[in-house]
Design a protein around this ligand. Sequence first.
Ligand code: SAM
Length: 304
Amino acid sequence: MKVYSSDDIVPPIVCISQEETSPTSCLFHPTTLLFSYKFSYFSSLTKAGWLLTIICFRVKKAMATNGENGRHQEVGHKSLLQSDALYQYILETSVYPREPEAMKELREITAKHPWNLMTTSADEGQFLNMLLKLINAKNTMEIGVFTGYSLLATAMALPDDGKILAMDINRDNYEIGLPVIEKAGLAHKIEFREGPALPVLDQMIEDGQYHGSYDFIFVDADKDNYLNYHKRLIDLVKIGGLIGYDNTLWNGSVVAPPDAPLRKYVRYYRDFVLELNKALAADPRIEICQLPVGDGITLCRRIS
Ligand SMILES: C[S@@+](CC[C@H](N)C(=O)[O-])C[C@H]1O[C@@H](n2cnc3c(N)ncnc32)[C@H](O)[C@@H]1O
């Protein structure tokens, strides 16, 4: 079993579009080459001036694609929508104005964290909160807490006697968000366990008293273990209950061509995500719904 250490976790959220439009990689983009060929034919620029023109052109294009104000860099920005402007519209029109004060505070605290790209996006937090209310969830589990944004979204949705078993290998990050959760009067709903989640799940299954006891389980941790989690969670979630697997579109890399310029960790985990998606689609014990919210979330409703 591969376990992340707190030092080697890489933020799993980087837009492919950002990589494609980064000033260096875009220099070799076919559009650039075609442009420079045409331009050299008609221009009398020196080689250096020529190169500079290409760089300026591509950088300007990159900025136009991502928004000159750099908003695509906003913490929690995870979107598979084609336009950053459209995603920003969703945030500004429907998400931020309705975001509870505590979630806003936690989002802003998390923004200062060096791994802030790992946080659940605000629109996904809003979605989870609504979903949990719709299914009247009371007993839930979360694997992968980080500073607790999705945990807080969950805690806010549960009734006062609701429970969340929250697991993460890193307590320090959880403790960054904990004061906000405490101030919101929600800490009593959370049982936090530090350490890898798999052994805890194994223990719960062995105990026997947790079978079919969870209304909702959110998985947002080590992607190479998602299938291992699924084998256990299918036993722990109740029939009619939901498991939500996060990052199932994995930065859009699930449809990237083999030679696409993917970052190393995106390429590494992509195969696990592809395998998971196939396995979920073929699993007769669940109904599934793949949603393009955030980095992709697959909801699995246990039916047998
Ligand atoms: C993407 S972050 C979770 C983001 C979180 N849901 C939020 O709303 O901010 C992934 C988390 O999974 C945790 N993690 C990685 N491997 C784990 C494991 N084997 N068991 C439990 N947690 C793990 C990491 O420490 C990290 O905090």
